[in-house]
Ligand binder design. Structure first.
Ligand code: ADP
Ligand code: MG
Length: 297
């Protein structure tokens, strides 16, 4: 949303703030995030853009608490609550939401059942939530029967991203992290999802950190600030014009070859959650897979 709209305020005035300060994090001794400072307030949209491997998904995962990442320094708070000491579900209850770059398939659990459980856990009226789910299905032009099918199983990339957006609409988080919400979407689905998120910034004062490669997402979801991430640090921050500048010149043109180059890849290290992690992990023979895992990795 535009700054003018923020200043005008909305009928549901809220004042949440995600504050990230000097955040450093890595995997298996490899430092990926090297000092991130960012403040996202209710109603604001912050776009994070950056070359492949610059640490964008790592930032989203570390904030949401994916097992296996080590926080090496700094802090992240939501309304003053230290997020980094919480389990992922506690971060969700504190008001943080993550739309995954690669939404996870959950056989046996429908989107409807998932949202009803979340509503019950939050002490919300389940009948009212049912009505909200139906309203969101219409807003997003989602095939209604998909709500009762196993979550994300055998869905197209676009349908999965609509599922993520629908959850955001019903759960009404304070701050949403969107990791490439636009990837895999056709033009109509992109518009529907981006408009839905933009409306949430205005209707309920949602604050957004939107990771994207393309300024087209920002045509509908209007960024107040754009930050360029390279090698784990923000190297440029500016207004929405920065996204257009990037589109014109590319990362190489803006940052120079060294910063724009893919971070050294090396052999990926599998993320193994701590022993007491309730989800188990890729390395644990009995447990289910890491719920955040990128299935294409
Ligand atoms: P982006 O989302 O910006 O493309 P990522 O945050 O996914 O980048 O990755 C940033 C860097 O961290 C990359 O160099 C990637 O290879 C590395 N990385 C991410 N996860 C792991 C991991 N589990 N083990 C080793 N390196 C990783
Ligand atoms: Mg990524």
């Amino acid at each position: 949303m535009s700054s003018a709209t923020i200043n005008a305020g909305t009928s549901t005035k809220v004042g949440h703030v995600l504050e990230i300060s000097g955040l450093r994090a890595g995997v298996s001794g490899k430092e990926i995030l090297r000092g991130i400072d960012l403040t996202v307030r209710s109603g604001e949209v912050h776009a994070v853009m950056g070359p492949n491997g610059s640490g964008k998904s790592t930032l989203a995962h570390v904030l949401m608490g994916r097992p296996g990442y080590e926080v090496l320094g700094g802090s992240a708070t939501l309304d003053g609550v230290d997020l980094l000491g919480l389990e992922p579900w506690q971060r969700a209850q504190a008001g943080l939401f993550l739309a995954l770059q690669y939404p996870t398939e959950v056989p046996g659990v429908s989107l409807h059942a998932l949202l009803e459980s979340a509503a019950r856990a939050a002490g919300r009226d389940v009948v009212a939530v049912d009505a909200e789910i139906r309203a969101e299905v219409e807003r997003l032009a989602l095939e209604p029967r998909l709500v009762d099918r196993p979550l994300n199983v055998d869905l197209s990339g676009g349908e999965k991203k609509k599922n993520e957006t629908l959850q955001l609409g019903v759960l009404r988080p304070a701050i949403a992290l969107l990791d490439e919400l636009d990837s895999g979407l056709d033009i109509d689905a992109l518009r529907a999802c981006a408009r839905r998120v933009e409306a949430a910034t205005e209707e309920v004062g949602l604050g957004v950190l939107a990771i994207t490669h393309y300024s087209r997402l920002l045509h509908e979801l209007r960024a107040d600030r754009v930050h360029v991430l390279a090698k784990g640090q923000f190297v440029r921050s500016g207004g929405p014009e920065l996204a257009l500048e990037l589109e014109e010149h590319g990362y190489g043109g803006m940052l120079g070859a060294e910063l724009a180059g893919e971070a050294e890849t090396g052999q990926p290290v599998s993320i193994r959650p701590p022993i007491d992690d309730p989800f188990g992990g890729p390395g644990s023979p009995a447990g289910p897979a890491d719920p955040f895992a990128d299935p294409l990795a």
